[in-house]
Design a binder for this molecule. Structure first.
Ligand code: FES
Length: 160
């Protein structure tokens, strides 16, 4: 049997399957921009949305398709299809967007988004929504990636 190619439909199905486990069946987005694809599932706050970076390592997200980003302080969990890297796209309190690598800089645990912070479950470090340290033992901020609002509601993340 010939291998099934990874079509857009397959990606959407995967998104539905991931969200189905959380009891949500709404696919909110399939954004395509400059070769980068972000496939979303609105309402799946605890599930990562698979994203496929383009050749230039950029991913775009249409904010209107993700209710998590409607409020200041909201965050959208993304996972890259190629390397499995987790990223949180955060609507910062000033209205801008921040892309955060949730790997704690103390000892590498994965921090979790709270209402106004990212908190580490391992030793208690806390970071603000821009990744700055609020409480140690971590000494260094979380890694962030450049973001740009290409047009109103269309955010591009530049991955390393
Ligand atoms: S790994 Fe996060 S506080 Fe230690």
């Amino acid at each position: 049997m010939a291998p099934r190619s990874m079509t857009r439909r397959v990606w959407l199905s995967e998104g539905l399957r991931l969200c189905g486990a959380a009891g949500t069946a709404a696919i909110a987005s399939a954004s395509l921009w400059a070769g980068a694809m972000a496939i979303g599932a609105g309402g799946c706050a605890s599930r990562a949305i698979l994203v496929r970076p383009g050749p230039n390592r950029r991913v775009t997200v249409r904010v209107e398709e993700h209710p998590e980003l409607a409020a200041l302080g909201g965050s959208l969990k993304l996972r890259t299809e190629d390397a499995g890297k987790l990223i949180y796209l955060v609507r910062a309190p000033d209205g801008g967007f921040v892309a955060i690598n949730p790997t704690c800089t103390h000892a590498g645990c994965t921090v979790r988004p709270q209402a106004r912070t990212f908190d580490c479950p391992c030793h208690g470090s806390s970071y603000d929504l821009r990744g700055n340290v609020l409480r140690g033992p971590a000494m260094l901020p979380l890694t962030t990636y450049p973001t740009e609002e290409l047009s109103p509601g269309l955010v591009e993340i530049a991955l390393p």
